[in-house]
Design a protein around this ligand. Structure first.
Ligand code: ATP
Length: 142
């Protein structure tokens, strides 16, 4: 008997600066949620999850892979459609490593300044900026 279950997921990644993925078809997605990594194949049960600053990985038909730096946000999966709403996101090939390296250096300096002034708000902001920069560098160099 014919099996009408899909073997692909349709993925969109939406950010304030535009779409990074737009109804693209993948065979697997791995997202980094606050609760840990989650692999999603077609016909997975519905999911809604907050995302860490981390990597989102996709596998395509034919086994090609793509990695996207997703810098916080949330993911919703249902009916074989994965939607990621992110604060910012860059595909591996679109990451400017030199920019991220400078951002990392700035964030490290801001962390030192905030620590010396006991400025906890500035420290938290700088730590998040450092995480974004390190994540971009890791994704680009993976
Ligand atoms: P920077 O200090 O370099 O601007 P940031 O972490 O403050 O880094 P964001 O505010 O997260 O930057 O992002 C602003 C925009 O710039 C977003 O569209 C994001 O995708 C893009 N962006 C930030 N850093 C990079 C990078 N290293 N390579 C490519 N795009 C980037």
């Amino acid at each position: 008997m014919a099996d009408n279950k899909s073997s692909v997921l349709t993925v969109s990644i939406v950010t304030p600066d535009g779409e990074v993925y737009s109804n693209d078809q993948v065979t697997m997605a791995v997202i980094e949620t606050m609760m840990g990594d989650l692999g999603i194949l077609a016909n997975h049960v519905p999911v809604i999850a907050s995302l860490r600053i981390g990597e989102t990985r996709f596998k395509f038909n034919g086994n090609d892979m793509d990695t996207v730096a997703v810098n916080g946000g949330f993911a919703e999966f249902s009916n074989n459609t994965l939607t990621i709403v992110a604060d910012s996101a860059e595909r591996k090939g679109d990451i400017d490593v030199s920019r991220a390296t400078h951002a990392r250096e700035r964030a490290e300096q801001k962390i030192k300044d905030a620590q010396s002034k006991n400025d906890t708000d500035a420290l938290k902001r700088a730590q998040v900026a450092l995480q974004r920069a390190v994540n971009r560098i890791n994704v680009a160099q993976h």
